[in-house]
Ligand binder design. Structure first.
Ligand SMILES: NC(=O)c1ccc[n+]([C@@H]2O[C@H](COP(=O)([O-])OP(=O)(O)OC[C@H]3O[C@@H](n4cnc5c(N)ncnc54)[C@H](OP(=O)(O)O)[C@@H]3O)[C@@H](O)[C@H]2O)c1
Length: 250
């Protein structure tokens, strides 16, 4: 094999025989990570809240399986993954764009930012127990808000995102030799923007196109590639990988 052929072969087999479980794998960044992990040879199981969507994307992209569960419901998620015998790479991306100012939003709403991220991670890792391979990995998601917050009702989401990075570093020690990392994207053009902003999505993207160094938000595939990199590179551990097109610089 030539060097290039060897590289291509490695890329297509890097996750061969591995089981990858992706919470939030039915849309956006998670779905793209699922597609890329399958191309690298993995058996991929995706989880989202909507069973119809999860079933549809798993069929369409020839994934190994799907589950439906709300990550804020510990019992439901335990039940959803109870029959999976082993997981090599666990990816936790499930979450919504929780916004609202600290003075005005309902506290029950703001709490969701932590429920979907920190507490979901705790419940999922406990539920998997020793079914998570010792030579595997966990990948969390945070976001550039963690380092560069704004004044538009995202303070609690920024705090939950930063907390994921800290949780990853702590778990990289607590769960060693399992590797634990965080992907921290900047603005990525996924369905989350329309879900969160409705008609305001287009002016927000137009603003990003004016202000970001690359004059565009990222694509799901650019962020998904970061997730797969964190899975396959066996020396990435306790790290936060920024895939933000320089959003933190402006
Ligand atoms: N896009 C960005 O600019 C950006 C930037 C920084 C960080 N992030 C973070 O990246 C993650 C993925 O975002 P995305 O842009 O790919 O969003 P997306 O396209 O809306 O996908 C979100 C995924 O999470 C699932 N999900 C959401 N809430 C859930 C819950 N409570 N329980 C189980 N599944 C749930 C969704 O499934 P259902 O639709 O069936 O619920 C879907 O599979 C989110 O945590 C988001 O905060 C995104």
């Amino acid at each position: 094999m030539t060097g290039n052929m060897q590289d291509a072969h490695t890329a297509h087999t890097a996750l061969s025989g591995k089981t990858v479980l992706i919470f939030g794998g039915t849309s956006g960044i998670g779905l793209d990570a699922a597609i890329q992990a399958r191309r690298a040879g993995a058996d991929v199981i995706v989880v989202g809240r909507s069973a119809d969507t999860a079933r549809r994307v798993a069929t369409e992209h020839r994934l190994a399986g799907w589950r439906a569960a709300d990550v804020t419901d510990a019992q439901a998620l335990q039940q959803a993954i109870r029959d999976i015998p082993r997981v090599d790479h666990l990816v936790l991306l499930a979450g919504t764009f929780v916004s609202g100012t600290v003075r005005e939003a309902e506290v029950s709403h703001l709490r969701v930012a932590f429920e979907e991220r920190i507490w979901a991670a705790v419940h999922i890792i406990r539920a998997l127990g020793d079914r998570l391979s010792a030579d595997g990995s966990i990948t969390f998601i945070s976001g550039s808000l963690a380092d560069r917050p704004n004044a538009y009702g995202t303070a609690v989401l920024a705090a939950a995102s930063a907390a994921m990075e800290a949780l990853a570093r702590g778990l990289a020690l607590e769960l060693a030799p399992v590797r634990v990392n965080t992907l921290s994207p900047g603005p990525i053009d996924t369905p989350i923007l329309r879900k969160a902003l409705g008609d305001a999505r287009d002016p927000v993207v137009a603003h990003l196109e004016k202000t970001l160094p690359l004059h565009r938000p990222g694509t799901p595939s650019e962020a998904g590639a970061g997730v797969v990199f964190l899975m396959v590179n066996g020396f990435m551990n306790g790290a936060t990988l920024n895939v933000d097109g320089g959003a933190r610089l402006v």
